[in-house]
Design a binder for this molecule. Structure first.
Ligand SMILES: Nc1ncnc2c1ncn2[C@@H]1O[C@H](COP(=O)(O)OP(=O)(O)OP(=O)(O)O)[C@@H](O)[C@H]1O
Length: 312
């Protein structure tokens, strides 16, 4: 087996670079590999396309990503857009590492590597596919697409002056929580229209709108414990902002991983979801900022091969 390794050394505030320094002596002389180290944002997608071109026939080649959820997202999209089906493996080294939690990959780099080298057959998992018709975009996600609450936090955290030192801190830490309180205070409810399985819904006061492929969001919080990368469906959780008390309750339930089960939230599980906003809202995809914009999204399922034995 030949391994094409794509490393984002800046992920996790330099954690990915340290991860590589741990793994390199382990694999040197043991594995047949090439290393591609990014120099700028989204360089990983360029590498993915180049690797796809160099290996058009899946000739015993696996692409290993060392970085965070954003790096993995960009590599997946680079491969698929280049028409490649090369299997992917992932060594989590970001701040959030939500995909690793959702798929079952150890956060310990040596164990994650072991999950790769012990693999004998690829595992096909569900990934999300989306088209956004206002900006005419198309792509894939491994974790989730969020509009509103979580996306506004990602946007604030990424644009914060403290970002460099705090490195995109997200849920589960003080910086993210302080941003969350700011967003609870500022974020206005918005209108969301949803079509799902022939039904048409209008949510006049949407506040949290997350389409997810597995339970995890924001660095280990569970938006929907029933979501699973192995079933051919995407989950959607919508919470509305009707009054202060309810909003606070919903955010607490979000933090406890129980929002999807709450009677105040709306929960869908479907192969196709079509939804749109009528106002400018923040969006995030796999933790990457989509900007402040209108959305007309069609989300459905697709599949991709992973070369990694999931943890039980
Ligand atoms: N050499 C680089 N310099 C600056 N940015 C980079 C570089 N290589 C990749 N990037 C960008 O860094 C961004 C963040 O990467 P990633 O999400 O993997 O790390 P993270 O934010 O630390 O982790 P997580 O998303 O798991 O919290 C991505 O948009 C990626 O394109």
């Amino acid at each position: 087996m030949h391994y094409e390794i794509i490393l984002n050394p800046t992920a996790g505030n330099g954690k990915a670079k340290k991860t590589w320094n741990i793994l390199q002596p382990v694999i040197e002389g043991q594995l047949d590999y090439s290393l591609h180290q990014t120099d700028y944002a989204n360089h990983e997608a360029f590498f993915a396309k180049r690797i796809a071109k160099a290996h058009p026939h899946n000739s015993d080649t696996v692409v290993i990503v060392i970085g965070g959820d954003g790096t993995l997202h960009n590599v997946l999209n680079g491969l698929v857009k280049a028409g490649s089906t090369l299997p992917l493996s992932y060594i989590p080294a970001g701040t959030g590492n939500d995909f690793a939690r959702g798929y079952g990959i150890s956060l310990n780099p040596e164990k994650a590597l072991q999950q790769i080298v012990s693999t004998t057959k690829a595992h096909t998992i569900t990934i999300g596919h989306y088209t956004e018709s206002i900006k005419n975009e198309e792509g894939y996600f491994l974790n989730n697409i969020g509009i509103g609450f979580d996306a506004a936090i990602v946007s604030r955290t990424n644009s914060s002056k403290a970002k460099k030192s705090l490195n995109k801190l997200r849920l589960g830490n003080f910086s993210y929580l302080s941003k969350a309180f700011g967003v609870i205070y500022d974020q206005q409810p918005f209108q969301l229209t949803l079509q799902e399985q022939g039904h048409h819904y209008i949510f006049a006061n949407a506040f949290i709108v997350v389409a997810t492929n597995h339970p995890y969001i924001g660095g280990g919080f569970q938006i929907d414990r029933s979501a699973n990368v192995n079933d051919d469906a995407i989950s959607m959780v919508i919470a509305e902002r009707k009054n202060w008390l309810l909003t606070l309750w919903e955010v607490i339930q979000f933090g406890r991983g129980k929002l999807a089960e709450s009677r105040f939230a709306h929960h869908f599980h479907a192969k196709t979801l079509h939804y749109s906003t009528t106002s400018l809202e923040f969006g995030q995809i796999d933790g990457e900022n989509m900007g402040n914009r209108f959305y007309d999204l069609n989300v459905d399922t697709s599949h991709y091969q992973f070369w990694q034995e999931p943890l039980n």
